[in-house]
Design a protein around this ligand. Sequence first.
Ligand SMILES: [Zn+2]
Length: 481
Amino acid sequence: MTTKFEPVIGLEIHVQLASKTKLFCSCPNGVGEDTKPNTAVCPRCTGQPGVLPVLTEGAVKLAVKAGLALGCKINEYSTFSRKHYFYPDLPKGYQITQFDKPINGAGSIEITFGPKENLQKKKIGIHHAHLEEDASKSAHFEDYSLIDFNRAGCPLLEIVSMPDMRSPEEAYAYLTEIKRLMKWVEASNCDMEKGELRVDVNVSLRPVGQEKFGTRCEIKNLNSFKAVKDALYYEINRQTELLNNGGQVVQETRLWDKEQNVTRPMRSKEDALDYRYCPEPDLPPIVLKHEWLEEVKKQMPELPAQKEAKFMAAGLNAYDAGVLTSSLDLATYFEAVTAGEKVPVKTASNWIQTDLLGMLHAEKKEIAQSPISAQTLAELLEMVEGGKITRKQGRDVFDKIWQEGGSPKAIVEKLGMVQVSDEGQLEEWAKAAIEANPKAVADYKKGNKAAIGALVGGVMKASKGKANPRLISQLLAKLLA
Ligand SMILES: [Zn+2]
């Protein structure tokens, strides 16, 4: 007999904070691959003897903003600790991190997952989120290795979730939400290709109905959302088979091999004891002044959940509201298009999702790089909504502005794109269409109302797309009555 198991998943996410400088020195932060190795360094971040760390304010501020976005309790008093381990990319022989008194205490976020028509929400707890410095980067070659210290000392925020996730889909949704929030408050750029967001997952199984957690495995350094999902699926299957065959899960750290699609043991999991944590003697505690904290709170943008609720109250469904709040830039764009209240929210949502995002995606551009500004799109949609031009003409104008720039009004005038609403002219086209389509007319009269489509099409063709489709339908119905 096989037991039915339930996965218990927790994530530890490292995000690189987007501050100007490193955490404990004034070297530039996050210089990237195109900067020559070992040029963004100083005696502090290379761990030279006799130097002392100096905490930089920028990173602390971003950590607090991130904490506020995660609904964390911000600790006005927090401390640094040393985490000891030996590795060539760690010049001091220890990492400065936060251990028992992190800057961000417990919090929670809400994730959304499931099919488009039936989205589910779930609250996931955040255990805490602490500040720490990054290690440098080693590159291994056949018989030698090189170290680049440009990344050493860059500020990281480690976000530790509660073990609240029960499926790879929930873990994926959690990651998506963390990334959205961190980018939203500009705490991190979260570019996974640049290693600005790195994920470790913890997963264990327990028989359905049992409260006590099983033995967990940690899978380290997953560098894409897909890898997280794939590794979790693999690990859940591996542990299920193991347990059903009478085996036991060993607490260990495993690595994801994305070529073979398997996890492999890396080392037995170390406990906190192995790191010999101790208070960092070279740094005073971080004490946040009350006024400073209030000022940071004031600078926080409205968070995505609040915006989503607003968009839904204005008439969008949960899915559309989710898409339009996937980034602050997109939400702001949507708000600007609908600000004049002349463009219905659903119309704006459709154009942005289908036309604008479609084009941006095809050209691998971000919303901030859109050749069509929110004001321009609003102007264009007002013309379509007001019946000045048809939707199809609107799309042609959209394409023209995308290519060449310009204002919708000028382009509509230049191309002579006016929607024809003149009844005499429409009637002439309608009569011609009826004459040319006897079959459609017969079908329509037999009760097939959809047959009118062929006649509308005929008029549109004759008018070169300029006829007002709503008026044509009315007119045809009248003539055929
Ligand atoms: Zn430095």
